[in-house]
Design a protein around this ligand. Structure first.
Ligand SMILES: [Zn+2]
Length: 470
């Protein structure tokens, strides 16, 4: 078997350690976890990369504010991300940190390649810089003189920087995106990126003069690598660290809409300049509000994923986060609705159905077999599920499984198999087959529950899966 043909390489963005993990991070990371588990069930080798982005002025400031040195501060927050992913049963292959010595070394090597190839030049940068965004900002982007995202005035910066010849690569990248060789999804995100080419883009500065907390340029130690270039390179350096170069390029970079420009324009340009192949797909998921409001410290509505796990359990949290609305759309997470959905879909839906079928089948020890009509229903569900996951539509994939759950509930309510077991053997057999199928389909989303249901089917004894919440 050819290893390359069956292997996949998926990434989340690496998360900025200026603050601890919230459910936005969890949402993105869970999505890749589901795709990873799904791929592995199909027999693929899947390398799932996540990690933390730890350099830059913003981190140095946050560290200072909390009275710690930057490395200690990064160790602490990075540890919180690892802990949260453990609590959510996230099965990543590798967790990269941009303060890893090997990453720093590889970033230097990459920058040296660009310099040797003549794609970097020295220049004077004058402009406005938002520390909150860690990016240069134009007058046009300001609202009342302030960064619209951070509600604070940008800094005026004039300094010597190293620039990357971005403009040389723009026509080629635009062509690759238009032709679909570099897939950008969903369509709305693709149009947003193509709009950026039409607005026009300049060469970018890839170094900073007065940011000490970063990777020094090997040929100019007064300059540190621009934190975004440092961060993007994690997708390449991680494979080098792990001896997995054969997985290159990434099959999917999952991102939020706010970082499309970096992933769909800067990143491909850097790779083209170095002579490396490009990722196959960049996909931007939607944003959500909490009870109708943007998640923010000021409002105080930031949700810690660990709190959800404490309240609902691991698998229920995984289900609740990905079943709210389609992944590529924006949506709202209402805390009341999470509780209602837990009770309706998990306690009552999946949990109750499992108990009913296991109890029925256990009593008369039936082994499942199905007729053609039932196979048709299963084929339809599996087809919808596969199609949906192919488009990263977790909501649709789960809906198709929950459609099968309601279908089974209807069979039980109509046939009332407990009233006449002798005549209901066929119906019960079919129900067992359906439940086995449901168990398989939920595995990437609810891995522990799937395991528990399999054990209950085998043991013929029902144990409550999701206790009803008050
Ligand atoms: Zn900003």
């Amino acid at each position: 078997m050819n290893k390359e043909k069956t292997s996949k390489y998926f990434t989340t963005p690496i998360y900025y350690v200026n603050d601890k993990p919230h459910i936005g991070h969890a949402y993105t990371t869970l999505a890749i976890d589901v795709l990873t588990r799904y791929g592995r069930l199909l027999g693929q080798e899947v390398f799932f990369l996540t990690g933390t982005d730890e350099h830059g002025a913003k981190i140095a400031q946050a560290a200072e504010k909390s009275g710690k040195n930057p490395q200690d501060f990064c160790d602490e927050i990075s540890g919180l991300f690892k802990e949260a992913w453990k609590n959510l049963n996230i099965d990543y292959s590798y967790f990269i940190r941009t303060t890893d010595k090997q990453h720093e070394q590889k970033v230097k090597e990459f920058l040296t390649i660009l310099k040797d190839k003549g794609y970097l030049y020295e220049g004077e940068y004058q402009g406005l810089y938002c520390v909150g965004c860690e990016k240069f900002i134009t007058e046009k982007e300001l609202v009342n003189g302030e960064c619209p995202d951070h509600k604070c005035p940008p800094q005026k910066v004039a300094e010597k920087n190293w620039f990357f010849k971005l403009k040389e690569f723009l026509p080629q990248i635009e062509g690759l995106i238009v032709s679909g060789q570099l897939l950008v999804g969903p369509e709305q995100a693709k149009q947003e990126v193509l709009g950026l080419f039409r607005q026009g883009l300049d060469d970018i500065s890839i170094s900073r003069q007065n940011v000490a907390w970063g990777i020094k340029l090997p040929w100019d130690e007064n300059q540190t690598c621009y934190v975004w270039v440092d961060a993007l390179l994690n997708y390449w350096t991680a494979l080098q660290q792990e001896g997995r170069q054969y997985l290159w390029p990434a099959d999917l970079h999952l991102v939020g809409r706010d970082i499309l420009k970096f992933h769909c324009i800067y990143w491909p340009a850097l790779l083209l300049a170095a002579g490396f192949s490009l990722p196959k797909q960049v996909f931007a998921h939607g944003y959500f509000t909490i009870n109708g409001q943007k998640m923010s410290k000021t409002i105080g509505n930031i949700i810690d994923p660990n709190d959800l796990v404490k309240k609902y359990g691991v698998d229920a949290t995984r289900y609740l986060l990905l079943s709210q609305f389609p992944f590529s759309s924006d949506g709202d997470i209402s805390l009341d609705r999470l509780g209602q959905k837990y009770n309706s879909d998990l306690a009552k839906g999946l949990g109750n159905l499992t108990a009913r079928i296991v109890t029925l089948a256990g009593k008369i020890s039936i082994k499942g077999s199905v007729e053609a009509s039932e196979n048709k229903k299963l084929a339809e569900v599996k087809n919808n599920y596969t199609q949906a996951l192919g488009k990263l539509n977790f909501y649709e994939a789960l809906s198709s499984v929950w459609d099968l759950i309601s279908y089974c509930d209807k069979i039980i309510d109509t046939e009332k198999p407990w009233e006449n077991r002798e005549n209901s053997q066929q119906a019960i057999a079919a129900l067992v087959v359906y439940l086995e199928e449901i168990t398989k389909l939920i595995t990437p989303f609810l891995p522990e529950t799937s395991e528990k249901i399999s054990q209950q089917i085998q043991g013929g004894k029902s144990v409550p899966l999701f206790p009803r919440l008050p």
